[in-house]
Design a protein around this ligand. Structure first.
Ligand SMILES: [Zn+2]
Ligand SMILES: [Zn+2]
Length: 367
């Protein structure tokens, strides 16, 4: 089952010709999940090998414009390009409290009608996710009427025991969110594939007298079978160890983590996408604006023992390595700063349209 991550926007604050505003796509099994949708994301889709019409879920890390100003436009374009006769499944949109009201107002004011249904699930932040003076009164939210295409979504509060938010739990994946500290409340997302059953041990099946056929399929599906001779075979008798699932973590803007579960949630992730807006020499300025530097990102990656750290959300002053001109800041210095913390481990600098494959693991967890 192929799985990959594509960066459609890797710049901070606004889209530029060199870096789009934040947008990252995770693809697997025909599904396409979008993380953040900065202004211009729809044109970034068109320039890439991906199709926006395939998006089934959208996750917004926080309500700064460079992370969601592209959302209404993208939804309208997907609608224009889809046919009213196709029975499209609802698009699930997850984001902080206020996102539902934003979409209702903008769709109503612009008389936009989507040809597909959508659902907005809101995450309720806690007061310690931003400076006290930035806390906004949000009791106004949800007073507007729903548009005809909107199905009522869930309001998801922090699970105080798990210290996380459970967003998706299906046969293939779980998706959880955790809290980040930023100028306004921000979230990190952890997408974890469920373990897949191990291979059938054919030699053992033969020894036990199980004939190839439908019984093999049942055992593989975890069903205990009874043979004609009355012997009972349980799946654990004939299945090898399960294959561990893959884990991808995508964090929104942050200067630090809130709560104490983030490290265990992101532990041994195959890929961690972390912002590094400014370089280490500007650590004070970064912190003041609620942002990270390569050192912050690498220290978190080190604690989590992640396999690959990808830095993104660079200040627009850092052009991609291939487009650096005279007098431009050198983005590769950010990689060196992160690699100083993660000794011997390669760090990746995200660039627009870069795709990273996440290979399946063998049963010992190695890829
Ligand atoms: Zn941002
Ligand atoms: Zn931000």
């Amino acid at each position: 089952m192929a799985m990959d991550v594509t960066f459609l926007g890797t710049g901070a604050a606004y889209p530029s010709p060199h870096r789009g505003a934040s947008a990252t796509v995770v693809r697997f099994e025909g599904e396409c999940w979008l993380f953040d949708c900065g202004e211009g994301t729809q044109t970034q889709f068109m320039k890439s090998h991906l199709k926006a019409g395939r998006i089934t879920k959208i996750f917004i890390t926080h309500l700064h414009g460079d992370h969601f100003f592209g959302l209404p436009g993208l939804l309208c374009t997907i609608s224009l390009q889809s046919s009213s006769t196709t029975n499209k499944q609802p698009v699930d949109i997850y984001g902080p409290l206020g996102l539902r009201s934003f979409l209702r107002r903008i769709m109503t004011l612009s008389h936009s009608q989507l040809l597909f249904p959508y659902v907005v699930h809101e995450l309720v932040p806690t007061r310690d996710q931003c400076p006290a003076e930035e806390l906004k009164e949000v009791s106004f939210v949800d007073r507007d009427n729903a548009t005809p295409e909107e199905t009522r979504g869930n309001t998801i509060c922090l699970d105080p025991v798990e210290d996380s938010y459970m967003l998706v739990d299906n046969e293939l994946f779980t998706m959880k969110a955790f809290r980040l500290f930023h100028r306004i409340p921000s979230f990190g997302f952890v997408m974890e594939e469920k373990p897949r059953p191990g291979r059938l041990n054919v030699q053992k099946l033969k020894e036990l007298g199980v004939q190839p056929g439908p019984l093999y399929g049942k055992l593989k599906d975890g069903v205990t079978v009874v043979l004609e001779n009355g012997a009972t075979i349980s799946p654990s008798d004939v299945l090898e160890d399960p294959f561990p699932g893959r884990k991808v973590c995508i964090l929104g803007d942050c200067s630090s983590i809130v709560g104490d579960r983030a490290v265990s949630l992101c532990y041994e992730a195959d890929l961690l996408v972390h912002e590094a807006t400014l370089d280490d020499t500007q650590a004070d300025k970064a912190k003041e604006h609620g942002h990270s530097t390569p050192k912050t990102a690498a220290e978190f990656a080190k604690l989590c023992k992640v396999k690959k750290l990808v830095l993104s959300h660079f200040s627009q002053r850092y052009k991609p390595a291939s487009q650096v001109g005279e007098g431009d800041m050198d983005v590769t210095e950010l990689r060196r700063q992160a690699e100083r913390v993660l000794v011997g481990q390669e760090v990746v600098l995200a660039e627009d349209f870069m795709t990273i494959g996440i290979p399946m693991k063998n049963k010992h967890g190695a890829t």
